[in-house]
Ligand binder design. Structure first.
Ligand code: GAL
Ligand code: ZN
Length: 674
């Protein structure tokens, strides 16, 4: 076991003599893993059916001679221009009917049988040639599936969508029922009449939209599976494909089951003060997708990116600080895009590990230092590589709710990710380690499970959440949960779907009353004004945002109420004790309390659930992140000022005995408590 260190290596951009220098430098920088051939299709197959592997043999052999392991990509992420000339139908089409052109990347329709066939042939040849290569450590299928093209509306996609719908519904009557086509004269007489939700006069059928989201995620996954099948037939080497954090178009719960190791690409914006807590959430997701197993940070920027409007470099030390954040939250690999900064092409102003300025640069010095440290920390006696993060608090995450809640024609606009983020921040700011879970998985390992805005709720999910609370867990259900079923049909008789779950919580939601302001410029919704809240669960004045609703506490204690207007006195936070002696509880929160208030509430919930809140750490709050992973505590100061930590143990980076630690800005301590 080791903590991998490296990055995307695209040597085809450089003359041969640079490759030797690359490997010399990689050794100096402590690089152990290079991702090769991500965008090499045009070079590997310059003309249809004509393959040129000589140069890639050379690359792999050169890396191998330098002791560098290879994460070999299947090169199918960007087809060569000839494919589009030969088969224009492989080019994707937008919902407005625009066919996308060659000249950038990823210009393929995921449903195109022609694309899939050419991709399969290429992968077959690659596997045949390199399955036995001694440098091979990992297969890297495609690259960032769906990054640019995640929904395709072409005729091939339409045909595939019809097939997918037929498999799901069996009959057109069943589709008509599920989609509610009795409204607005949408009845279909046969599957042949059904199309993808292309641009239309006004709101498209909600279930059609949701099914197209499901289908589009599945189609990309089918591309992945097709390649995996080819690889598996000839190689036992682990397989991954790089995820993109909270990437809406791909239901990673489904995907994660099919990778041998989860890997992720993350580009937090150094100019955004929320990037650090947001990145913490990304890392927690990646760990959770793999069921707690170590994952690989497959791509991050050494410094600036070049695809935002304004591109801030990482502050001195920030690359290191964020890398340790990933390690602390379960990563066993820190890799970058890309090794040598390009001199030409669309990403020449995106930072590289070896910058334009060469090795006499801050970026290179930081790269080298980090490589040295990770090699140190990879020693088996440290016990960090391969270790896990223990957590007894979880947030339920659901892609279908994300897709459905953010559709137009909803009760009010809600940014699903922001709701999750608010809960994650509240929990982590108490020093708690947080996992993400599915509402229908085994939840018994957790003391507290929060289900925020779980808009789509199936009977199985609803029953599982109820059973969790009844068995002694503390279940926290947030607003906009259980509003519709998997067909997007409303749960009638009061929201929070499932009679049993309603009973567990002891509430019934009668009406939504989201705070709203007049939209004077008619741009689609004004800022939501805050709503005042009152109750002992908050230390003082509290406000909610985003949402409010009319809740009846049928069998629950009301711990906070709304204060103003028609909702005055109406429940905002309720709790029902469940599970008899086992002390479970069912909380309901009908708004999104603002950060301070939400942290107070969460602190109360966690304490009542018997979750121990870490104390004494950190001495300076807010900007210092402290995470225990296996036998090691990693503390990172993301702030602008120094901080003192009450932490005893051996500092594994300096070898010093730590009794209270001083951490400067971007400072990191890795402390063994064994
Ligand atoms: C990722 C992609 C890389 C590179 C990187 C930096 O999305 O996988 O190939 O483009 O972004 O922009
Ligand atoms: Zn298509």
């Amino acid at each position: 076991m080791t903590i991998w260190y490296g990055g995307d290596y695209n040597p085809e951009q450089w003359p041969r003599e640079v490759w030797d220098e690359d490997v010399t430098l990689m050794r100096r920088g402590g690089i152990s893993l290079a991702t090769v051939a991500v965008f090499s299709w045009a070079r590997l197959e310059p003309r249809p059916g004509e393959y040129d592997f000589g140069w890639l043999d050379d690359v792999l052999d050169t890396l191998h001679a330098g002791g560098i392991r290879v994460d070999l990509a299947t090169a199918t992420a960007s087809p060569p221009p000839w494919l589009a000339k030969l088969h224009p139908e492989t080019l994707p089409v937008t919902e407005d009917g625009v066919r996308l052109a060659v000249g950038s990347r990823q210009q393929y329709c995921p449903s195109s049988p022609v694309y899939r066939e050419y991709a399969r042939r290429l992968v077959e040849r690659l596997v045949e040639r390199y399955a036995g290569h001694p440098a091979l450590e990992l297969w890297h299928v495609n690259n960032e599936y769906g990054c640019h093209v995640h929904h395709c509306y072409c005729d091939a996609s339409a045909a595939a969508f019809r097939g997918w719908l037929e498999a799901r519904y069996g009959s057109i009557e069943e589709l008509n029922r599920a989609w509610g086509t009795a409204f607005w004269s949408q009845r279909y007489d046969s599957f042949d009449e059904v199309d993808p939700p292309r641009a239309a006069p006004t709101f498209r059928n909600p279930t059609q939209l949701l099914d197209f989201d499901r289908f589009s995620s599945d189609e990309l996954l089918a591309c992945y599976r097709a390649e995996v099948e080819v690889i598996r037939a000839a190689s036992d080497v682990p397989i991954t494909t790089n995820f993109m954090g909270f990437f809406k178009p791909a239901d990673y719960w489904k995907w994660a089951k099919e990778v041998d190791v989860v890997s992720d690409d993350a580009y937090p914006d150094p100019a955004d003060p929320l990037s650090t807590p947001y990145a913490a959430m990304l890392r927690d997701l990646m760990r959770s997708l793999g069921g707690g197993a170590p994952w690989i940070l497959m791509e991050q920027a050494p410094s600036a990116v070049n695809w935002r409007e304004r591109n801030a470099p990482k502050a001195p030390g920030q690359m290191r600080a964020w890398s340790y954040q990933a390690v602390a939250r379960g990563a066993d690999g820190i890799l970058f895009f890309q090794w040598r900064q390009s001199a030409a092409g669309s990403e020449k102003f995106h930072s590289g590990m070896v910058p334009h300025g060469g090795t006499d640069t801050r970026v290179w010095r930081e790269i080298e230092e980090m490589g040295g440290e990770l090699a140190q920390l990879s020693r088996p006696e440290v016990g960090l590589a391969g270790s896990r993060v223990a957590s007894n608090v979880a947030i339920a995450l659901d892609w279908e709710s994300w897709w459905a809640l953010e559709q137009p024609a909803s009760p009010t606009a809600v940014a699903y990710q922001e709701v999750l983020f608010a809960w994650h921040v509240a929990l982590t700011s108490l020093g708690l380690a947080v996992d993400f879970v599915r509402a229908d998985q085994d939840l018994s390992a957790y003391r507290v499970v929060v289900a925020p805005a779980h808009f789509v709720l199936t009977d199985a999910q609803s029953a599982n959440l109820a059973a969790y609370a009844e068995a002694g867990g503390s279940l926290v259900v947030g607003f906009a949960t259980g509003v519709v079923d998997a067909d997007l049909h409303v749960h009638l008789g009061g929201y929070v779907g499932g009679e049993r779950l309603r009973g567990t919580l002891g509430v019934r939601v009668e009406e939504f009353a989201p705070p709203a302001a007049p939209d004077l410029r008619a741009t689609g919704g004004g800022e939501a004004p805050p709503v005042a809240l009152a109750g002992d669960v908050f230390d003082g004045d509290a406000v909610g945002t985003v949402w409010a609703e009319v809740v009846h506490a049928t069998d629950a204690e009301v711990l906070a109420t709304f204060v103003d207007g028609a909702l005055a006195g109406s429940p905002a936070v309720t709790r029902r004790t469940t599970g008899g002696d086992s002390g479970g509880s069912g909380w309901y929160v009908a708004t999104l309390p603002e950060p301070g208030a939400l942290t107070e509430l969460v602190g109360r919930i966690a304490t009542e659930a018997g979750v121990e809140l870490p104390s004494g750490l950190p001495a300076v709050g807010g900007t210092v992140e402290v995470v225990q992973r296996g036998p090691v505590v990693i503390a990172i100061n993301h702030g602008d000022e120094g901080a003192i930590l009450e932490l005893d143990g051996t500092d594994l980076l300096t070898g010093a005995e730590a009794r209270g630690l001083w951490l400067g800005p971007q400072g990191v301590a890795v402390v063994s408590r064994a």
